[in-house]
Write a protein that binds this ligand. Structure first.
Ligand code: ADP
Ligand code: MG
Length: 269
């Protein structure tokens, strides 16, 4: 990878001068098994990057590395110009302290295949939990923001419902609102619609489309080719821990260059 995309200059937000996400030669192993074998990737601010690939290709692991849920063995990841997990001092990299890690994680929202809501909290409480506990924001402000977010995802009439009283699609929309409540600059989605009944997929994708239109930077692991084609600014196809092919989603889907991409698309289209 070249050094063409330079890190942010001092005082200039990276979102104006460089990519929102930049991964350079990211390697990750579990024991002796290398799962990520040198991932290079860039996502500019406001763009939607759709990450596709067969099961086991390392998509979830890559997302988890961006969000500190896994520690990489080699390479670098920057989010908004900020090196994930490390500080540079005196020309050397030092591992971040827990507090700094927490601050970086707060700027990154993540939505999982399984919604992982707190079962004994209402929709509203699920959304207010982190801002109140982690950031100790004012209760009234947090509540107003949470109500507005739940209205935005179409759940203004479900504030008091518990997860068990919501459909899968509604629960996933609460999970999205919950991630947004921390006002992230980047949203990671890991197969957000894979666990849903087919008739509930559309309502979650609509919320994600709305977010994309609003300018949120997103990395979306998905098998929803229609979404990638319609909403994606870039498509990255991974297989076996490497990026096999990437480009404009409409071009890659219509005219895949690699056999592995062709075989995969033939299965999901
Ligand atoms: P994908 O999301 O593309 O299906 P994953 O990132 O979940 O792929 O997994 C990639 C590979 O890494 C798989 O072979 C999986 O078994 C392995 N893997 C993922 N997490 C762990 C872990 N915590 N320990 C050991 N192996 C793991
Ligand atoms: Mg996965």
């Amino acid at each position: 990878m070249t050094q063409a995309s330079v890190p942010a200059q001092a005082g200039v937000p990276a979102s104006e001068s460089g990519p929102m996400v930049r991964a350079e030669q990211v390697h990750k192993s579990f024991g002796s098994i290398e799962v990520l074998k040198g991932i290079d990737l860039e996502v500019r601010a406001g763009e939607v990057c759709c990450l596709l690939g067969p099961s086991g290709s390392g998509k979830s692991t890559f997302l988890r590395c961006i969000n500190h849920l896994e520690k990489i063995n080699a390479g670098r990841i920057w989010v908004d110009g900020d090196l994930i997990g490390y500080r540079e001092r005196g020309g050397k990299l030092h591992e971040m302290r827990e507090k700094e890690v927490a601050a970086q994680r707060q700027a990154i929202g993540m939505v999982f295949q399984r919604f992982n809501l707190f079962p004994h909290k209402t929709a509203l409480e699920n959304v207010t939990e982190a801002p109140l506990l982690v950031r100790r924001e004012k209760r009234a402000e947090v509540r107003d923001r949470a109500v507005a977010l739940l209205e935005r995802v179409g759940l203004g009439d479900k504030l008091g419902n518990y997860p068990s009283q919501l459909s899968g699609g509604q629960q996933q929309r609460v999970a999205i609102a919950r991630a947004l409540a921390m006002q992230p600059k980047l949203m990671l989605f890991d197969e957000p619609t894979s666990a849903l009944d087919p008739e509930l997929v559309g309502e979650v994708l609509d919320v994600m489309k709305d977010l994309a239109r609003d300018g949120m930077t997103m990395i979306v692991v998905t098998h929803e080719i229609g979404f990638a084609r319609e909403v994606g600014d870039s498509l990255v196809f991974m297989d076996g821990g490497v990026v096999v092919e990437q480009g404009n989603p409409r071009e890659v889907i219509a005219n895949p260059q690699h056999d592995r991409t062709k075989a995969f698309l033939a299965k999901v289209l």
